[in-house]
Design a protein around this ligand. Structure first.
Ligand SMILES: *[C@@H]1O[C@H](CO)[C@@H](O)[C@H](O)[C@H]1NC(C)=O
Ligand SMILES: *[C@@H]1O[C@H](CO)[C@@H](O)[C@H](O)[C@H]1NC(C)=O
Length: 446
């Protein structure tokens, strides 16, 4: 079971009815249940935009997605096996996301007056951060102007004794000021380095949250791509989900090939599925960061057509020392399967399709055929919940090249359930019950 981090954020929703609640909140800042109930009862709806929708640049979308998948996988593996990680500041890697390997952006605004920014939405890490003109010692180019604390009336720095400062793997007291200096590194050597501060965040029209802890990052390495920051939705105390104290959130990703329809994200009570939805428990991490940020699931096996793959379920198990396992990730495009499972899957799909494979090097995927192909039924057997993947979530078609490729990649050391296999599915992270729930949905119409 996951215990939501105890929140202490005053939340205002700027409708006449809510302003009363907000006043009340201001009076009882220390009362936690009220701020939770406010956001729980009203809920928030946001849009997730596929990063590729904003950044095509003539590159083949399948190739781009495959490259990003491999980059992210490498970073994730480096993060959980510190020996292989790029040497960083002592106790190392907290998370695995590299901006240029993520998939979805969410629009938020920071400060007063609010500065809009598109942030990477990442269920695989915790810290919320943006590059800061504080001034910025080393900033990477980003699409919107830098946030400058001096131009906002709601900026505040957290003291290094604050619980959220101590929740970071690497933080220290900045000399003289006593504020919380942090260093947050990702598995591929990119990092965010600055001061842990608090700000007002606007999460869509009318929903303003005060006192959100975030990294004001003035020393950065790694590409921002088309984002201006990051919103972590992992399981640790610093993530947005934990800070808001919401008991659940959900998203529904539109088709991989649909770059125009946005995907809805629901926070709090607006996240709800039908009674027909299936649920599978989250598996607690036996080890600390970065594993403890991930949403691990228990996968028991995979069926292709009518054949249950001959794969020992231990291949998907998370060991007590924190190896292996499978977690669900919004940032990874193609699902990565532990090698033994991947090989069995590719073999069975090839047998079913019964066409000669075509060269797939150019697209960066392992198994491709001349399109169209007759795709077999694929079922992921999660603990207590079978997930049948729609055909379009099994193979990805490249229309220009006229090929269809198996939308999975091979991994060693862990498996990651990616966003392509989550498309057209409403997926809810029920943090209170400690389960992931899902049901097929037409995401563009929710
Ligand atoms: C980023 O997004 C903008 C519009 O949202 C687009 O014009 C631009 O080409 C994108 N790519 C990069 C690399 O900035
Ligand atoms: C989300 O996208 C829809 C459709 O593009 C738009 O009408 C709506 O205003 C957007 N909502 C937010 C919070 O940006």
């Amino acid at each position: 079971m996951i215990k939501p981090f105890v929140p202490s954020l005053p939340i205002s929703i700027s409708t006449p009815m809510a302003s009363e609640q907000y006043l009340l909140l201001c009076l009882v800042l220390s009362s936690l249940s009220l701020s939770v109930s406010t956001i729980q009862s009203r809920g928030i709806r946001l849009n997730l935009t596929h990063i590729v929708a904003r950044d095509l640049g003539g590159i083949d979308p399948v190739r781009l997605a495959a490259d990003r998948t491999h980059r992210r996988l490498d970073a994730l593996l480096a993060a959980v096996t510190p020996a292989a990680a790029t040497p960083t500041r002592s106790d190392g890697v907290e998370s695995a996301l590299h901006a240029s390997s993520a998939s979805y952006l969410v629009d938020v605004a920071i400060g007063k007056p609010p500065l809009r920014l598109a942030a990477i939405f990442d269920t695989g890490s915790d810290l919320i951060w943006t590059q800061c003109d504080a001034p910025c010692r080393r900033c990477v180019p980003q699409p919107t102007p830098l946030y400058a604390p001096a131009r906002s009336t709601t900026y505040g720095e957290l003291p290094c004794g604050a619980a959220l400062c101590r929740a970071l793997s690497w933080s220290r007291c900045s000399p003289g000021l006593g504020s919380c200096a942090y260093y947050y590194s990702y598995g591929d050597g990119s990092f965010s380095d600055g001061v842990l501060a608090t700000e007002t965040f606007s999460l869509g029209p009318g929903a303003t949250v005060h006192g959100v802890a975030f990294g004001c990052s003035s020393n950065n390495r790694g590409a921002m791509d088309n984002s201006s920051g990051l919103v972590g939705m992992g399981r640790g105390p610093l993530s947005l989900a934990s800070q808001l104290g919401i008991t659940r959130f959900s998203y529904c990703l539109t088709s991989f090939n649909d770059k125009t329809t946005v995907s809805p994200l629901f926070l709090g009570s607006s996240a709800s599925l039908s009674p027909a939805a299936k649920s599978t428990p989250f598996v607690p991490s036996p080890t600390g960061p970065p594993r403890s940020s991930y949403h691990h699931l228990s996968l028991r096996g995979i069926t292709v057509g009518d054949i249950r793959l001959p794969v020992d379920p231990a291949v998907f198990e998370l060991t007590p020392s924190g190896h292996g396992g499978l977690f669900i990730d919004s940032g990874m495009t193609f699902t990565a399967l532990e090698e033994r499972a991947f090989v069995a899957l590719a073999r069975e799909v090839a047998a079913h399709v019964a066409l000669p494979p075509v060269s797939s090097k150019r697209l960066g995927l392992t198994l491709c055929f001349a399109a169209p192909v007759d795709v077999p039924r694929l079922v992921f057997h999660f603990d207590g919940a079978d997930m049948e993947l729609p055909r379009r979530s099994v193979v990805v078609e490249d229309r220009r090249a006229g090929v269809a490729c198996l939308g999975f990649v091979k991994a060693r050391g862990m498996s990651v359930f990616g966003s392509m296999q989550q498309q057209n599915m409403h997926i809810m992270y029920d943090l209170e019950r400690g389960v992931l729930s899902f049901e097929p949905a037409n995401c563009g119409e929710l």
